[in-house]
Design a protein around this ligand. Sequence first.
Ligand SMILES: O=c1ccn([C@@H]2O[C@H](COP(=O)(O)O)[C@@H](O)[C@H]2O)c(=O)[nH]1
Ligand SMILES: O=P(O)(O)OP(=O)(O)O
Ligand SMILES: [Mg+2]
Length: 191
Amino acid sequence: MRDENCGTREFRQCVNEIAALMAYEVSRDMPTEDVQVKTPIKVATTKRLAGKKVVIVPILRAGLGMVDGILDLIPAAKVGHVGMYRDEKTFKPHEYFVKMPEDLESREMIVVDPMLATGGSAIMAVDALKKRGARSIRFVCLVSAPEGIKALQEAHPDIDIYTAALDECLDENGYIVPGLGDAGDRLFGTK
Ligand SMILES: O=c1ccn([C@@H]2O[C@H](COP(=O)(O)O)[C@@H](O)[C@H]2O)c(=O)[nH]1
Ligand SMILES: O=P(O)(O)OP(=O)(O)O
Ligand SMILES: [Mg+2]
C-alpha cells in the first residue's frame, strides 16, 4: 500500500485488512465477563466483552477506511465520527464535525486514523472525546512519525497508541517520510 502504483481499490482493502489484524491486539486487554452458552453437548462458560458497547471513532476522512476492518472483530461496536482537516500551511487541524453515541464515560473508545503525523489531529480528537466524558481511549494508526507519537503521548499520557509502522520523520509539508502520501486522497481517489 505504500507503493505509489497501488490503486484505490487495493489501497482500501489493505487499510481494512491491517485494521482488522490490529483489532486483535487493541482489544486484547478490554474487560470481559463470563457468559454461559449451551453447546450441543453441555453448558460452557466462555467470555464476552463486558459493559456497554465499544465505540470506534474514525477521524474523517481517512479514518473511515479502518472502520469495517475493526467491525469485523467487534461487529456490535457503535461508530462515532470526528471530522477534521489539516491546514496545508500550518498543519494545524480544524474540527468540522463531531457526532458521538451517548454515555461515553462508560464505554471503551477506539480512535482510528491511518496516519499520525504531527499528532495535532489525534490530540484534538481525543480532546473532543474527553470533553464529552470519555475516559478509556485507545488510538490506532497504520503509519506514525516519531514527532506524532511524542506529541500525543505528552498531551494525553493516559492513551495507549497502537501503530503498525513507525517511520523516520516528517517532511517540510508535514507528510510522513517515507509514509504513503495523503491517506484520505488515496482511499477516496481524490486529488
Ligand atoms: O503523511 C501524511 C500525514 C498526514 N496525513 C493526514 O493528516 C492527518 C494527520 O496529521 P497530523 O499532523 O497528525 O494532524 C491524518 O488525518 C491524515 O488524514 C496523511 O494522510 N498523510
Ligand atoms: O487530514 P486531512 O486534511 O488530510 O483530511 P482528510 O483525511 O479528509 O484527507
Ligand atoms: Mg487528507
